[in-house]
Each structure stands twice: as structure tokens, then as C-alpha cells.
Design a protein around this ligand. Structure first.
Ligand code: AMP
Length: 504
């Protein structure tokens, strides 16, 4: 039997008459419509020379057609390779050179530039287009095709997608994800979060990233539920959709922005059963404010491009702010000493490592990198530092590369940030290490304050006695906002770069 993710999503029990996508204009697509359109698109891909195992790179704005193209790639046995719409042509040329796709689907405005790149690289790549309305040469080619398509059989370990990591240190790496990596994780999450055919999920996340593409889409489709598809996050649109929705998945910024909206009330969210947050840390304050305002406890989970989802707060049982919950069924998680890989006792901070059917098949054409990030017993070294508390809940303290070593002592930024964030008049903070002639790195805080009279001296005075001396910031700087990427992650590399001469 084929283990193609598409076949598993559209298994015989699925009611093809049910609504799969609710579009912004109020129209709907049933699962049967998706099956037919993905068949037309798959036929168009084959017509463009795509064969099983080929990469199809896709850099297009979010639309239902773009989402259907993902399904079409699965059906054709191709490897779907979504690219952040923010990437420039220069960045694109790295991805095209590295992945050697058979086809690049891009915005019509980009096509000439992509063809130029292809010419320079001499890779023989073809191009097709889709615009923000899902129209272009690819959709036109699909219109002329029949809906019937015999989905190519795939095994569990065959690749379904390659997603490039954001690459804040060095070149982006292509994480190879198999059909079973994606299917097994989505099925686990569907059951863990109790998704059913009655669910309608607000989908305002981008679809070039694991959160919006796999978690939100695959979980809803595996349940036979519907997506309320939005081209991007817009607080007014989300508020307007809430009474017809049952669930939302978002990054922390969705929640902080919605909290600023006067329309967010307990009554508005009465039909909702689940709010999920992930991709970046949710402040405990946001969790608490959300609960006070709506009566709902946001469920925070933790995952990454390479591993899909690893942990989740429980559906029933305490959802503890500041934690990412418990390892998901089938996922083994341990915290080890990063130096020697020896497992640490609960409570101690160390490197988080995971193993399970969710974990990727390695980095595309980087066997040494892949080998360096797996332990001999198969555990993947996530690069995240954290601890397991006495209840078994996992707490993330930050990326390993954000760890500060000052005067030989380890300083975990999260610990300092939590103290600063708790101060009156502080909205949020980011703590980084900046090169320091005496200490190696100097602990440096960048603070976003609501109280504009707050100054460095007051922050330092308030922290004195609350943190060990070596953890105290050497400098406290103020900013109007923290630099974030499209998934709401604070880009500490940019802050480190901006302040690299602070002490030298
Ligand atoms: P990405 O591969 O873009 O999904 O980024 C994955 C990284 O995001 C993880 O390795 C974590 O550092 C971070 N991350 C994801 N979810 C959370 C969370 N709930 N809390 C804190 N960090 C998170």
C-alpha cells in the first residue's frame, strides 16, 4: 500500500463533500474540489517535466491554489520545497543552486530574474508562475488538464519536502522530511489536540514554514475539518472569523496583537475550543492576560523545522505558562550535558535532544552536518537549551548559540529576560552577549519599555539582589521594538551585530 501522505490524507473514509477551505470571499472548496484541482495541478507538473523525486521550489504568496500545489507535488511524488516570500533573488540563487529543482514556481514579477539565475547556474531548471490570487502560467496549464491523476506510490522514508532552516548562523540547511515524518506527527497532534471534522481552524500563518504548512494544514485535513484561509495575519479579519471558528494556531505575536484589539472578548471566543501557540516563546504575561480576557488557556507547544512537533502542553490537564509541556506520544526527549552527551537530572539545564518518527532524514547534501547533529543512538541535537521540571514539563531557555559566557560563567538569557520582563513599565526584553575585553562576553539587555521614563540605572537597581552578580547586565539599552522575523522570533543575531562594539 502506498504511504504517500496525500493518499493517507485523502483515505477512503474522507467525506469529499465536506468543506476543506473557507476562502476570504466567503466561497468554499470541498475536499472533492481539492482532490480534483490537485489532480489538474499534478498533471500540469508532469507536463512541465517533473518526475518522482524531483524538487519543486515554490516562492509564491499564500493562496488556496498555492496550498493545493503542495498537495499536487505530493501526488506527483515530487519533493515540495517552499521558500520564504521575503527572499531576494540573490538568496534564491543559493537555494536553486543547492537544491537543483526541476521546476521553480514563482510570482510572475520574479520569473525573468529566476530564469537569469537558472541560466547562470546552467541547471536546466524550468519556471512557472502563480500570483497572490493563485493565477499564472501554472494555474493556466492546470486548467487545461484533466482532474484524474494516479497518485505516485511512495514509501514511508521517501522525501515529501525539503524546508530550509532560517540560517542565522552560516548557510541555510535543507531539512529533508519524509512522507511518514509529516504524516505520523500530524496524526499524533490530531489526536492529542482532539481535532475532528467539526473543527474550523483560523489559518493566518505563512505556508512556507512548518507551522502553517504542516502543523496547521495537515492536522486539520487529517481530521477532515476546514481551514479558514487568510492571506496573512490581520487582527480585524481574525476577530471577524472567530465566531465561526473552533481553533487557531499562531505565533506569540498573533496573541499580543489580538490582545490590543478592543473586539477580543469572552463572548467573541465562546465558540473556540483551542488556541495553540508556538515557533517562539510565549510570555507568561501574554498567557495570563489571554486567560483573563477570554477564559481560554493558550496551549503552547514546541517544535522545529527538522523535527516537526516535539512537546505540547496537555489538552486536558494543566497548561503551564512558560513551559512547552510534555513530550508527545512516540517522541523521546532528553536533556544532556552539551559537552559529553551525558543525560542530566531533571531540573538541570542542558541540550535538548529528541528521537522519534517525527525527526527528519538529515540535511540535503550535507552528510557531515547531518552526522554532527545526531548522536550515535539516533537522538537529534536540537540546539535548544532547556530543562525538565519536576512535573515532567519541558522549559526552553533559549538556543544554544544564544548562551552567554561571561567571565567563564554560563548565563542563560531567558533567566535574565524573565527578571527584566517582570519589572513595572517593561514590555519585553532580549538579553545578548557582546564581545567584552575582560569578560569575553558582556551581558547586555535590550529593553522595550512602556514607561518611557525608565532608564538604565533603575533597571540595574531593580535587578540587584535578584540575580547573581555575573548575570547582571553590564549595559541596559532601550529600543522601540525588538527585531523579529516573519515567525515572530527575536533575531538576536541582528542585535549582537548592532552592538558588537559596545565594550570594545
Ligand atoms: P523553526 O525551525 O523555524 O520552526 O524554529 C525552531 C525553533 O524555534 C526551535 O528550535 C526553538 O528554538 C524555537 N521554538 C519553537 N517553539 C518554541 C516555543 N514554544 N518556545 C520557545 N521556543 C520555541
Amino acid at each position: 500500500m502506498s504511504r504517500n501522505l496525500f493518499d493517507r490524507l485523502f483515505a477512503s473514509g474522507l467525506d469529499l463533500a465536506r468543506v476543506a477551505i473557507r476562502h476570504p470571499d466567503g466561497s468554499v472548496s470541498a475536499y472533492g474540489d481539492l482532490a480534483a484541482r490537485s489532480g489538474q495541478l499534478a498533471n500540469a507538473l508532469v507536463g512541465l517535466g517533473v518526475t518522482a523525486g524531483d524538487r519543486v521550489a515554490v516562492q509564491v504568496e499564500k493562496s488556496a491554489e498555492a496550498l493545493t500545489l503542495y498537495l499536487a507535488c505530493l501526488r506527483a511524488g515530487a519533493i515540495y520545497l517552499p521558500l520564504n516570500t521575503g527572499y531576494t533573488l540573490t538568496e534564491l540563487s543559493y537555494f536553486i543552486g543547492d537544491a537543483e529543482p526541476a521546476l521553480v514556481v514563482c510570482d510572475p514579477a520574479r520569473e525573468a530574474g529566476v530564469q537569469e539565475i537558472a541560466k547562470q547556474l546552467a541547471t536546466g531548471v524550468r519556471t512557472a508562475t502563480l500570483d497572490s490570487h493563485g493565477k499564472g502560467s501554472l494555474s493556466a496549464a492546470a486548467d487545461a488538464q484533466p482532474a484524474g491523476f494516479a497518485t505516485v506510490a511512495r514509501g514511508d522514508d521517501d522525501l515529501a519536502a525539503i524546508l530550509y532552516t532560517s540560517g542565522t548562523t552560516g548557510r541555510s540547511k535543507g531539512a529533508m522530511l519524509s512522507h511518514d515524518n509529516l504524516a505520523s506527527n500530524s496524526l499524533t497532534l490530531r489526536d492529542y489536540w482532539r481535532f475532528t471534522a467539526d473543527d474550523a481552524l483560523i489559518h493566518a500563518l505563512p505556508i512556507y514554514h512548518t507551522h502553517g504548512l504542516f502543523v496547521a494544514t495537515n492536522v486539520t485535513f487529517f481530521a477532515g475539518g476546514s481551514l479558514i484561509l487568510m492571506p496573512k495575519f490581520d487582527a480585524d479579519a481574525v476577530i471577524a472569523a472567530m465566531p465561526q471558528a473552533t481553533a487557531m494556531m499562531g505565533v506569540p505575536t498573533f496573541y499580543t496583537r489580538l490582545l490590543q484589539h478592543p473586539g477580543l472578548t469572552r463572548e467573541l471566543t465562546a465558540n473556540m475550543r483551542l488556541f495553540v501557540s508556538g515557533s517562539a516563546p510565549l510570555l507568561a504575561e501574554t498567557h495570563n492576560e489571554w486567560r483573563a480576557r477570554t477564559g481560554h488557556a493558550i496551549l503552547e507547544r514546541y517544535g522545529m523545522t527538522e523535527t516537526n512537533m516535539n512537546t505540547s502542553n496537555p489538552y486536558e490537564g494543566p497548561r503551564i505558562a512558560g513551559t512547552v509541556g510534555l513530550p508527545l506520544p512516540g517522541v523521546a526527549l532528553r536533556v544532556v550535558d552539551p559537552e559529553n552527551g551525558v543525560q542530566l537530572a531533571n531540573g538541570d539545564i542542558g541540550m535538548i535532544e529528541v528521537k522519534g518518527p517525527n525527526v527528519f532524514r538529515g540535511y540535503w547534501r550535507m552528510p557531515e552536518k547531518t552526522a554532527a547533529e545526531f548522536r550515535p543512538d539516533g537522538f537529534f541535537i536540537t540546539g535548544d537549551l532547556g530543562r525538565i521540571d519536576t512535573n515532567g514539563y519541558v522549559q526552553i531557555v533559549g538556543r544554544g548559540k544564544d548562551l552567554i559566557i561571561s567571565g567563564g560563567f554560563n548565563v542563560y538569557p531567558k533567566e535574565v529576560e524573565s527578571e527584566i520582563d517582570a519589572l513595572e513599565g517593561v514590555i519585553e526584553s532580549a538579553v545578548i552577549g557582546a564581545p567584552h575585553p575582560d569578560f569575553g562576553e558582556g551581558v547586555t539587555a535590550v529593553v522595550v519599555a512602556s514607561d518611557k521614563s525608565l532608564d538604565e540605572a533603575r533597571v540595574l537597581k531593580a535587578l540587584d539582589g535578584r540575580l547573581a552578580k555575573f548575570k547582571l547586565p553590564k549595559r541596559v539599552l532601550f529600543a522601540d521594538e525588538l527585531p523579529r522575523n516573519s515567525m515572530g522570533k527575536v533575531q538576536k543575531n541582528l542585535l549582537r551585530d548592532a552592538h558588537k562594539n559596545l565594550y570594545v
